[in-house]
Structures are given as structure tokens and as C-alpha cells.
Design a protein around this ligand. Structure first.
Ligand code: C2E
Ligand code: MG
Ligand code: MG
Ligand code: MG
Length: 275
């Protein structure tokens, strides 16, 4: 009996593995099709000056409109695009598309683009950024690139040199999801970083948890002392907005200030901003 059960469990396990492999393969094929058929598009979420309420720029956020699955979120397809290498042409397209959109906005607004660690292997990130700026004609000072702590962890000298080149050209490097990774604070001192984006998980509880408030205070203070801009991600309530502004956080982003919207919506928002 025990032996028979064991074989049964093994069979279920193998079937489950086969199912996962099949689904994974289907997803890879679907992503290739999506790329060929141009099923990707960008949404733009406003980043607002805390003190004035003025829109300072927009973060470009990738979306996949699948004919049957509907709207697919980046967290479920970007890891696969990274493993298959699709993220390279896809990331180049995101940069070009976002820079082109920003040229239609008032000149004091920036556009912020998320870069994958994969784009930093080789000199891809630098080439893609330069191409996007050249083809759009966008001033480098109007581009921000968002990297995560996982990018900093991967390859030392390459990433460092690329970030230095970005900042020499006037492109701001933002450290995304700050506080969730494993990187050391030393990065802030030795790398060319111009902005910290405080992860949503700290903002979530800033009103209710003294620990979260203490962390937010420390990060805002650190940013100020180091002369970095600081964006709070995921601001959803008026209370959070007030508190973060009082603490001296320079920029706010979140559903309270505006949900990610189409390029047309972004353009409209630039006109109705408090500027
Ligand atoms: P992220 O860069 O940290 O972007 C912020 C995420 O938080 C976005 O999710 C945004 O829609 C969401 N968000 C903004 N405000 C709020 C809020 O008030 N409440 C809540 N609950 N969520 C809020 P999204 O668009 O699903 O993107 C998820 C992640 O996917 C991004 O996190 C980024 O890491 C990645 N991603 C998005 N677009 C790209 C891209 O073009 N390239 C790469 N490599 N990664 C991308
Ligand atoms: Mg981001
Ligand atoms: Mg983020
Ligand atoms: Mg985040």
C-alpha cells in the first residue's frame, strides 16, 4: 500500500511539473507573439511635488494587452521576458516610446523609465538610452532611469560605469523600491544616484506603525543630507500625503495623486496641473 501511494504521489508530482513547464512554455510563446503583434503599451503615472502639488513628471509603466487573457501586469511577465532575453528589445522600445511621449509635455516635466538588471549586462542600457534620446530629441535632463537594488548586486564595475555616464549626461538615476532589497547604504555614497524611491510597503503603514514612520523619517533625512530627491511610492490617503510632506519628502506618487493613465491622459494632466 505504502509503495502504491508513493507511486501515486510521484505521478501527481510529475504531472504537476509537466503542467508548470507547459504553462511556462505557453507564456514564452505568447510573449513572442505579443512582441510581434505589438500588444504592449505604456501607462504614465504622475509624480507630484509634495509642497506645491505640481506634477513634476511621469513614470512609464509597461502593460500587455492579451487578446484572450486581457490586461496582464508586468510583475507576471517581466521575469519571463528577462529569462528569455525579450526584455532587451522590449526595454529598448519602452525607452524610445517614453522619451517620445515626453517630448509632447511641457519642458519642465521628466519621464521615468524602469530598467531591468538584464539591460545592464554588456553596455545595452547605455546604448538603448542614448538611442532613445537621439531618436526622440528629448533633453537628457528630462529622463530618469529607475534601477533596483538587484541591479546593483549583479555586476560591480559595469553597472557603476554606466550609472556614472548617465549622471554625467544629466540623466537622473533613481533607486526604486528602496528598502526592500539587500543593498548596503554605502551605494548611496559611492554610486551616481540622484533619487530614492521609498517602497510602498513603508508608506502603507506610515500612519499606523511607529516602526514604519521611523524608517520613513530616517530615509527622508538621509536623502536630504545626501542632497538626493526622494519619492514616496504608493501614497493612497490624505493622511499619508500630509505626513510625508511634513517630514520633508520631496515627491509623492500613488493612487491619491493619480493612477497610471494613457499617454493622452498624461498629456491632459500636464495641462491641468497646478503649474
Ligand atoms: P515599480 O517601478 O515600483 O512601479 C510602481 C508600481 O506600483 C506600479 O505597478 C504602479 O501601478 C503601482 N502603484 C502606484 N501607485 C500605487 C498605489 O497608490 N497603490 C498601489 N497598491 N499600487 C500603486 P505596476 O505598473 O504593476 O508595475 C509593477 C512593477 O513592474 C514596477 O514596479 C516595475 O518594477 C515593473 N515594471 C513596470 N514597467 C516596467 C518596464 O517598462 N520595464 C521594467 N524592467 N520593469 C517594469
Ligand atoms: Mg519604478
Ligand atoms: Mg517602485
Ligand atoms: Mg514598488
Amino acid at each position: 500500500r505504502a509503495k502504491a501511494d508513493g507511486r501515486g504521489i510521484a505521478r501527481v508530482f510529475v504531472e504537476e511539473m509537466e503542467r508548470l513547464v507547459r504553462e511556462r512554455r505557453e507564456m514564452e510563446v505568447a510573449l513572442q507573439t505579443a512582441w510581434r503583434e505589438k500588444q504592449f503599451f505604456l501607462l504614465y503615472q504622475p509624480i507630484v511635488e509634495a509642497e506645491s502639488g505640481r506634477v513634476a513628471g511621469f513614470e512609464a509603466l509597461l502593460r500587455w494587452q492579451h487578446p484572450e487573457r486581457g490586461l496582464v501586469n508586468p510583475t507576471s511577465f517581466i521575469p519571463i521576458a528577462e529569462e528569455t532575453g525579450l526584455i532587451l528589445p522590449l526595454g529598448a522600445w519602452v525607452l524610445a516610446e517614453a522619451c517620445a511621449a515626453a517630448t509632447t509635455w511641457p519642458e519642465d516635466l521628466f519621464v521615468s523609465v524602469n530598467l531591468s538588471p538584464v539591460q545592464f549586462r554588456g553596455a545595452e542600457a547605455f546604448r538603448q538610452v542614448r538611442n532613445a534620446l537621439e531618436s526622440s530629441g528629448l533633453a537628457p535632463s528630462r529622463l530618469e532611469v529607475e534601477i533596483t537594488e538587484s541591479t546593483l548586486l549583479q555586476e560591480g564595475p559595469m553597472v557603476r560605469a554606466t550609472l556614472e555616464q548617465f549622471s554625467e549626461e544629466g540623466i537622473t538615476v533613481a533607486l526604486d523600491d528602496f528598502g526592500t532589497g539587500y543593498s548596503s547604504l554605502g551605494y548611496l555614497r559611492t554610486l551616481s544616484i540622484g533619487r530614492i524611491k521609498m517602497d510602498r510597503s513603508f508608506i502603507d503603514q506610515v500612519e499606523t506603525s511607529p516602526q514604519s514612520l521611523a524608517i520613513v523619517r530616517a530615509v527622508v533625512g538621509l536623502a536630504r543630507t545626501l542632497g538626493l530627491r526622494c519619492t514616496a511610492e504608493g501614497v493612497e490617503t490624505e493622511g499619508q500625503r500630509r505626513l510625508l510632506t511634513a517630514e520633508g519628502c520631496s515627491h509623492l506618487q500613488g493612487y491619491l495623486l493619480g493612477r497610471p493613465g494613457s499617454a493622452e491622459e498624461a498629456l491632459r494632466r500636464t495641462r491641468t496641473s497646478a503649474a
